[in-house]
Every structure is written in C-alpha cells, then in structure tokens.
Design a protein around this ligand. Structure first.
Ligand code: GDP
Ligand code: MN
Length: 373
C-alpha cells in the first residue's frame, strides 16, 4: 500500500526528520482561511502515483488570491487517472541543493538497500549508475553511523550537514523498519539554510506485513472504481493501457493470453481472471463490465476444466440478449462441454475458435481495424 505525501511527512516529523511546515486540506473552503493566513507557499496535489510535479500538481503561490486559484485548479485535477482528493499547502523553502535518498527492499539480495545521489529532484531511474550510491544494509544490524558517513561522502556533505545526514538516515531506517516498508524515499532531500529538509516523501508498505503495521497506519484505497466493481462480482481485474479487453479463467492462462497478444502486436486494455468454476451469471456480469470499459475488441479465452464451456456460451448469449454488443468479441473455447458450448454459439451465429493462436491474431486484427484508443 502506498501512502500520501502528507501521511509520510507526518510520520517523518514524528521520527525527527525535518519537513516543511504544512497542512492538508480536502476542500477549497477550508483551504481558503489557511491561504489568507500564510500568504505564500507551495500547493501540492496529494496522489499516490509519482511524477506529480511534471503533471502540474506542484505549484508555488505568492499571494492568497493566486493560492486560491491554484488550489481550485489542482483540486479538480486528475493525475494519471487518479483524482486529486486533497492538497498539501506548505511553506516555501529556499533550496540550495536537491539530493536523493531512499531505502528499499532489494529482492535480489534479500536486503534493504540505501540509495543516495547528488542528483535529486529528478527520477532516480534517469540518473546514471555511477552517480548513485547503493549501500546494502544487514537487517540484523540495521543502519549505523558508518552508513551515514559513506552516504554523506557520496552526497558531498561535510561538517554539521554530514552529521545531520547520519542522524536522518538512522531515523529514516527506523521508519522503514517500524512501518514494514518496501520503500521510503525522499526526493528531493534539500539543503535549506544549513538544514537537511525532506521536501517530498514517498512510502510503500508491504501488504503481506499487515499484521506488523502500527495500528495508526491509515488505509488508502488503491483500487480503481472498475477494479472495485470486479471485486464485488468476485473476479480479479486489472486495468492496463491498450485496447483489447481480456477474459480468461485462471492466472496462468490469463498471463499466457496477455503474452500472446503482445507477441502478435496487440495491447491489452485490461484483463480479467474469472477463475475456475465461475457460473454463467457471474460470467455475464463480468462480461458486462468488460464491455463497459469500451475496448476495441474483447478476447475471451476459456480452457474448460471446472468451468464448463456451455456456461460460458450461456453467459455470452445472455448478455447479447440483454444489450447490443457493438464491440467485436472473439471467443476461444476448449475443454469441458466444448461441443455443447460451441454449438450454442454457432446457433446464435457466433464464431468460436479452438486455436488460441488464431483467436489472438483475430482479436489483434479487430482491435487495429477499430483504430487507436
Ligand atoms: P514530485 O514531482 O511529485 O516528486 O514533487 P516534489 O514534491 O518532489 O516537488 C517537485 C519539485 O518542486 C522539487 O524538486 C522542487 O524543485 C520544487 N519544490 C517543491 N517544494 C518546494 C519548496 O518549498 N520551495 C521551492 N523553491 N521549490 C520546491
Ligand atoms: Mn519528488
């Protein structure tokens, strides 16, 4: 689960890390008084996705009227599909230097790793390898002063700033451990009036360590409205950014279908794993949801085991009776009761494939004819 910047900064403050003074607001009216009180500052959209600054979600204001205008605009924004629900209004701090500091779990070496770079304020993925320090941490020992010294050296921090860094890193690691984080990131960590200040904060906590989370950790809903609807139906559903909607029955067959779509030059818009043993009614609801995502084509790939092919055919025909399906649907049906299912579809004038390859090629073709999405 990801945390919002204002939540991360609250935790940082509690753990002794300096952050700009700020307050979070969920509506414009509340923000108004505050804007008049502070006069100038920075307004930051609160979203869980990254790259908010580039998307126009971080703005500086120098009087209350300007602040109000920006606050209103930012509260109406949608950033990478995520509606902005709150703004953080912070004091504007003079920035002498922007640095990068984070701790994340490196699955390959099964250890936390401290990442530090002088190139702050930009995506760490864009920074050349040689400008980045990666320091593995033994989880049984944790972060000690010598880690701080190495990081300070890489960041070019000496004297008091070096000492501040060592303390800050230890505190950051305490947060990392306490909250069972997968990532804590300060980008940029800024030098401002001889102090190290976390100007931004990101944090992801490990869902599998939920039982170890501190009780006061807020819960953030990360599912999209469609993903929530799918959950209610009882199927797993994930949104992507192509134009072919995919339904299959089982995680393995679903992933294989996505791979084949990519192999034949197509792009999935989403995928739905209807699981084994979904009934016709559930399938019909699931199909309805897929249609509502407005894809250029729908590919249904069912390998009937517990799921019976006639149930799948029935689901499709039910939906087809209830509503006009204008999007082309490609069905691949093999396995249990295949003959019955195929016959039902044939009688209704719907072609089905037994070859997955042919079905995928057909779907990719149809999605292309339908134009870009
Ligand atoms: P992100 O784009 O979502 O990572 O947003 P950040 O919170 O990192 O802000 C993006 C950039 O805005 C920073 O790298 C800074 O250059 C600038 N910025 C943010 N807060 C302040 C501030 O208080 N004062 C000044 N001068 N610049 C700021
Ligand atoms: Mn940032």
């Amino acid at each position: 689960m990801k945390l919002f910047e204002y939540q991360v900064k609250k935790i940082m403050r509690e753990f002794g890390i300096l952050v700009p003074r700020g307050e979070v607001f969920f509506d414009l009216e509340q923000a108004k008084n505050h804007l008049e009180k502070v006069g100038e500052g920075v307004i930051k959209a609160q979203v869980l996705t990254g790259g908010r600054g580039k998307a126009g979600g971080v703005k500086i204001f120098s009087n209350p009227a300007e602040g109000f205008e920006l606050a209103e605009a930012i509260l109406k924004m949608t950033i990478k599909g995520e509606k902005v629900q709150a703004i953080l209004i912070e004091e504007k701090i003079p920035i002498e230097e922007e640095l990068y500091l984070s701790i994340f779990v490196d699955g390959r070496i099964k250890k936390p790793v401290v990442i530090a770079s002088k190139a702050g304020g930009v995506d760490i993925e864009e920074v050349p390898e040689e400008e980045i320090l990666k320091l593995p941490v033994d989880p049984l020992i944790g972060v000690r002063n010598y880690h701080g010294n190495l990081v300070a050296q890489k960041l070019g921090l000496t004297g008091d700033l070096g000492k501040q860094l060592a303390t800050l890193l230890i505190n950051l690691y305490r947060i990392f451990e306490t909250y069972q984080a997968e990532l804590v990131e300060i980008n940029p960590l800024v030098i401002s009036r001889e102090k190290l200040i976390a100007a931004d904060g990101k944090m992801t906590v490990d869902d599998d360590a939920r039982f170890r989370w501190p009780a006061d950790l807020p819960f953030n809903e990360e599912k999209t409205p469609l993903e929530k609807r799918a959950e209610e139906i009882g199927v797993s559903f994930v949104e992507l950014d192509g134009n072919i909607a995919v339904m299959a029955n089982g995680a393995g067959i679903t992933m294989a279908t996505l791979d084949l779509i990519a192999y034949f030059g197509g792009k999935p818009k989403n995928f739905m794993d209807a699981g084994g043993g979904a009934n016709a009614e559930q399938m019909a609801k699931a199909l309805d949801l897929l249609i509502s995502t407005n894809p250029k084509a729908i590919l249904i790939n069912i390998f009937g085991g517990i799921t019976r092919c006639d149930e799948v055919a029935k689901a499709y025909l039910t939906v087809k009776q209830q509503r006009e399906i204008t999007v082309p649907v490609v069905i691949r049906l093999v396995g249990t009761n295949e003959d019955i299912g195929v016959k039902m579809l044939q009688e209704a004038g719907v072609e089905s494939f037994s070859s997955l390859r042919e079905a995928v090629i057909k779907a990719v073709e149809l999605a292309k004819v339908g134009g870009d999405n």
